[in-house]
Design a protein around this ligand. Structure first.
Ligand SMILES: [Cu+2]
Length: 453
């Protein structure tokens, strides 16, 4: 059964493929290929190759793949650098710069041995370039403004053309006014599939670009001068609870490719499995050089792909292990109240503001449950509801959903996992030894008030 998301997704993909198909028929005209535009932040169904070697197309979470056309054996793509409106979450839109209607930009997919011709039209108010991070290409195609070629002036189109000499996962981003343009969301992934379909095949191949923004609550435009204190930690310019799950069929071979174009490292941790790094942006890791991990640190300006066999059914969290990166719109100047006695203060404030509620004295979990009034265009700091209560996360968090009987092109959310009887943590209702009683637990961190009464 199709849900609203799939219908939108299928429609959008069909539309995008249509552009490519029409353009194919018109290759003899040699005009600029049509620039496909994506209007939603919904994950698009992957595009299977219609010619050349077969490959398992990648799924860009909350993103899409740029259609191409063939022109005398050359794969032609058209990127448009432009201001975009991106839904970072349902109910929060950001005014960013991106490509072809979205930030992050569309994923470019091609095959080892292909020659690609990429038209880049600049609709920004200032010049830009595109640097093809990790690809082996002629120096003049490297996209460093002023070094490789002049910046692309506003309103102009430049052509990049080169052979894809190796397979792997690469990235693209401006190398012109780079600090500003990347803070505004300009980046995307470039996947080159192996020429040999039997080289390290997988059944599911997911793409995540780690990026970050600093957008004050109630506003729309990122602060471009921020170096470390970003407040929105995003995957493909999307935040939890609105990052789509990674939907996987039992026993699938799964690859997750994670690129980092933020200004700090992100230890990506996935529950329920151990796995191995199989690829960096430098190339594939030989089998004898891999070691097992449960968290993979993704350095700044780098990509790591890891793989696993989906043998453990369940809902498994996947997230950055820096706890501040699984929060939304963090204010870092919030004081710590754990252990503080706010009763006297609360009494005074309630004379002026009867609904006042003190928070934070027993931790901040109450923030995950309560809906407090927020400025417009702002999402809560920790949020998301699971089958058993608030998940209390934000930012860089999603769920890997491993199920039995998922169709090979089905990425729709299967709902929550039902734990088989006897396999879920439960409350102990029997006797407790004296030293473990509930009373003694609370007194460990909360000092008793000095005046009892
Ligand atoms: Cu992180």
């Amino acid at each position: 059964m199709l849900n609203r998301r799939q219908i939108l997704g299928a429609g959008a993909t069909a539309g995008a493929s249509l552009v490519a198909a029409n353009a194919w028929g018109a290759t003899q005209n040699m005009g600029l290929p049509e620039a496909a535009v994506m209007e939603t932040a919904e994950t698009q169904t992957p595009i299977r190759p219609s010619s050349g070697p077969d490959y398992q197309p990648v799924v860009t979470l909350n993103g899409w793949t740029l259609p191409h056309r063939m022109n005398n054996g050359v794969k032609e793509f058209h990127l448009v650098a432009e201001p975009v409106e991106r839904e970072l979450a349902d109910g929060m839109t950001a005014y960013l710069w991106g490509y072809n209607g979205q930030s992050t930009g569309p994923t470019i997919e091609a095959v080892e041995g292909d020659r690609v011709r990429i038209f880049v039209t600049n609709k920004l108010p200032e010049h830009t370039t595109v640097h093809w991070h990790g690809l082996i290409l002629p120096s003049g195609m490297d996209g460093v403004g002023g070094l490789s070629h002049p910046g692309i002036p506003p309103g102009k189109t430049y052509v990049y053309e080169f052979d894809l000499t190796k397979s792997g996962t690469f990235m693209y981003h401006p190398h012109a006014d780079e600090m500003v343009q990347m803070a505004m969301g300009m980046m995307g992934m470039f996947v080159v599939h192996p020429k040999d379909p039997n080289f390290m095949p997988v059944d599911r191949d997911f793409l995540i670009m780690l990026n970050a923004f600093d957008i004050d609550p109630g506003t729309y435009v990122p602060r471009i001068m921020t170096m470390t204190d970003f407040n929105l930690w995003t995957w493909n310019s999307r935040i939890f609870p609105d990052i789509d799950p990674l939907v996987v069929n039992e026993n699938d071979r799964v690859r997750v490719r994670v690129g980092n174009l933020t200004m700090t490292n992100h230890p990506i941790h996935m529950h329920g499995y151990d796995f191995e790094v199989t690829c960096t942006d430098g190339g594939w890791v030989p089998e004898h050089a891999r070691w097992p991990e449960v968290s993979i640190d993704i350095p700044v300006g780098a990509m790591r792909a890891y793989e696993f066999d989906a043998v453990h059914l369940g809902d498994w969290a996947i997230h950055c292990h820096k706890s501040h990166h699984t929060m939304n719109a963090m204010g870092h100047d919030v004081p710590t109240f754990i252990g503080a006695d706010k009763r006297a203060l609360t009494k005074k404030i309630r004379k002026l503001q009867p609904e006042y509620m003190p928070m934070g004295t027993a931790g901040m979990a109450d923030m995950g449950e309560m809906s407090m009034p927020l400025p417009d265009n702002t999402v809560p700091m920790m949020t998301g509801w699971g089958p058993y209560g608030p998940i209390e996360m934000g930012g860089m968090f999603s769920v890997v959903k491993v199920r039995r009987g998922i169709g090979s092109d089905d990425y729709s959310d299967p709902g929550w996992y039902e734990n088989p009887p006897g396999t879920q943590a439960y409350e102990w209702t029997g006797e407790l030894p004296k030293h473990a009683s509930a009373d003694s637990a609370a007194t460990q961190i909360t000092p008793k008030p000095t005046s009892k009464g």
